[in-house]
Design a protein around this ligand. Structure first.
Ligand code: IYR
Length: 221
């Protein structure tokens, strides 16, 4: 068992007023984020994608094992293949697989099986979770709280891309096994979600939805 080593914490403390201002400003900015389904094909600087992925990779994870892999797709031919495969699953989902109750829950969002944004958007980021890792010599390494860890990292990624000024869509075609095949991922990784990234289309519209107020989502005891 290796001995742990420690560094001094580089903590930044803000005066109370500045802390309150920062908290309010962060909420105001994040609450302007909307899930977008109409993307422009305008190019996006790759450096912004890379820095946002660095932010995602800074997320906490079980035993710091970082059980994630992000596959960034910009190749038009690969995006087209992903669209074909996703739409195939989505047609099944909307026509047969989804129970009425699920379709009713989705109705306010106005979604359907057509996913042109999978080709239009400049970047698709396929997020994979590794329930366990593999050493170079093929031994299994247990990962802890892998789903939770990847969920947190994906939240960081969405917030980072929004902060940079880009729009995202958390897309979860189900099932997503085709991503493993098309992106050539190993069997110990599972597709977690597909993040569509870019500028919104000039005429992008978003559904009228509301978020629950604080008193519905929080209990102070
Ligand atoms: N994957 C489908 C259906 C869908 C499911 C949920 I849960 C959503 O929040 C939105 C859509 C689709 O992408 O259309």
């Amino acid at each position: 068992m290796p001995e742990p080593t420690f560094d001094p914490l580089a903590f930044v403390e803000y005066p109370a007023e500045e802390m309150a201002r920062r908290a309010a400003a962060f909420h105001a900015d994040l609450s302007r984020r909307r899930t977008v389904r109409h993307f422009s094909s305008r190019p996006v600087p790759r450096a912004v994608i890379e820095d946002s992925l660095r932010a995602a990779g800074s997320a906490p994870s079980g035993a710091n094992l970082q059980p994630w892999q992000f596959v960034v797709v910009s190749d038009p031919a690969l995006k087209a293949r992903i669209r074909v495969a996703a739409e195939e699953e989505e047609r099944e989902f909307y026509a047969r697989r989804a129970p009425q109750e699920w379709l009713a829950a989705l109705a306010p969002l106005g979604t359907d099986a057509d996913k042109p944004f999978l080709e239009a958007a400049p970047y698709l980021i396929a997020v994979f979770v590794q329930p366990h890792g593999l050493t170079p010599d093929g031994k299994t390494v247990k990962h802890y709280y892998a789903q939770e860890s990847v969920g947190i990292a994906t939240g960081f990624l969405i917030a980072a891309l929004h902060h940079a000024g880009l729009a995202t869509l958390t897309h979860t075609p189900s099932p997503m096994g085709f991503l493993t095949d098309l992106l050539g991922r190993p069997a110990h990784e599972r597709p977690f979600l597909l993040l569509v990234v870019g500028y919104p289309a000039d005429d992008a519209k978003v559904p009228q939805i509301t978020k629950k107020p604080l008193d519905e989502i929080v209990t102070f005891r």
